[in-house]
Write a protein that binds this ligand. Structure first.
Ligand code: AMP
Ligand code: MN
Ligand code: MN
Ligand code: MN
Length: 280
């Protein structure tokens, strides 16, 4: 039996909320034995040329991607686009619109944190962002860790940045149909990212998959660092039921921060059709 491909189809650079530059990310993927890598920055395509160039230089197979922020049932849901043409006018314009809301949201988060006595959080988060158009909650989390308010970014989320906590502000992202349509307009495959993370009822989750498939969405992340073994089994069943392609994804953000490193994630259940069978 041949060894399965070490594909990792979800990772971030400092063009969004990752810690490494695109070239450093590619170098790390090669060092970790990744065979096929997708860069999928949040709502941003700017890191793709440098990642492609580094991948070509190092002989790594590369998939251009993006992770689109969507509002669904009062939650943020993420849709990954894989194999996209980064020059697609619809995708470029759609992502510009989504990014456009981020700075105002970050300012409102700063004001919300100020109310509980944390000053200058907007400036602090902005100073940590590699891309001024892409301030994410992850940058706020890192700033609050630097202030000594929590031991790690994950506890900052739990205490400050999730709904019901003082730094959380409501925000309207793209619609599910916009995200899938932009990805398709760019010739890409649409994949539901880390479904096990969403706080949705069973009925809402079913509705999400029903609508996604109705819109022509192609895949689901079955293996991702956020999934427990039970979640891997659950979303493998969902992939079978809806006949979706399965993705394998570290969602790597940076050394020391991400629990699972690039390519160091479980293999897909062998009966599923990997999304990369449609990409390479
Ligand atoms: P945003 O797009 O600004 O809402 O930020 C979402 C990002 O925050 C995700 O992509 C992760 O990088 C990070 N994030 C979300 N939830 C958590 C968590 N519980 N612990 C650590 N990082 C998180
Ligand atoms: Mn992120
Ligand atoms: Mn995500
Ligand atoms: Mn991600």
């Amino acid at each position: 039996m041949s060894t399965p491909l070490n594909a990792d189809l979800h990772a971030h650079s400092n063009f969004s909320d990752g810690l490494l530059s695109p070239a450093e990310l590619v170098q790390r993927a090669v060092s970790n034995g990744v065979d096929l890598l997708a860069l999928t920055d949040h709502d941003e395509l700017g890191g793709l040329p440098a990642a492609r160039e580094a991948a070509t230089a190092l002989g790594l197979r590369f998939v251009p991607g993006v992770e689109v922020s969507v509002s669904y049932c009062d939650q943020s849901v993420h849709i990954v686009g894989l194999g996209i043409d980064a020059s697609s006018p619809q995708l470029v314009a759609g992502l510009a619109q989504v990014r456009g809301g981020r700075d105002g949201r970050a300012q409102r988060m700063g004001e919300a944190l100020e109310k509980i006595g944390i000053r200058d959080a907007y400036a602090g988060a902005a100073a940590l962002a590699g891309n001024p158009a892409l301030i994410s909650r992850a940058h706020f989390a890192r700033y609050l860790v630097d202030l000594g308010l929590a031991r790690d970014t994950s506890s900052v989320f739990d205490h400050y940045l999730v709904r019901g906590k003082p730094g959380f502000v409501e925000h309207e992202w793209a619609t599910l149909s916009d995200a899938v349509n932009w990805i398709h307009a760019a010739g890409g495959l649409a994949v539901i990212a880390h479904p096990g993370r969403y706080r949705l009822s069973r009925a809402q989750m079913t509705e999400l998959f029903d609508q996604f498939v109705e819109l022509g969405g192609e895949g689901v992340e079955v293996v991702t660092s956020a999934h427990t073994p039970a979640m891997i089994s659950e979303y493998a069943s969902v992939a079978r039921r809806y006949d979706l392609l399965a993705s394998r994804a570290s969602d790597f953000h940076g050394p020391g921060e991400s629990v699972m490193d690039l390519g160091r994630i479980p293999q897909l259940p062998p009966d599923l059709t990997p999304v990369w069978s449609q990409l390479v």
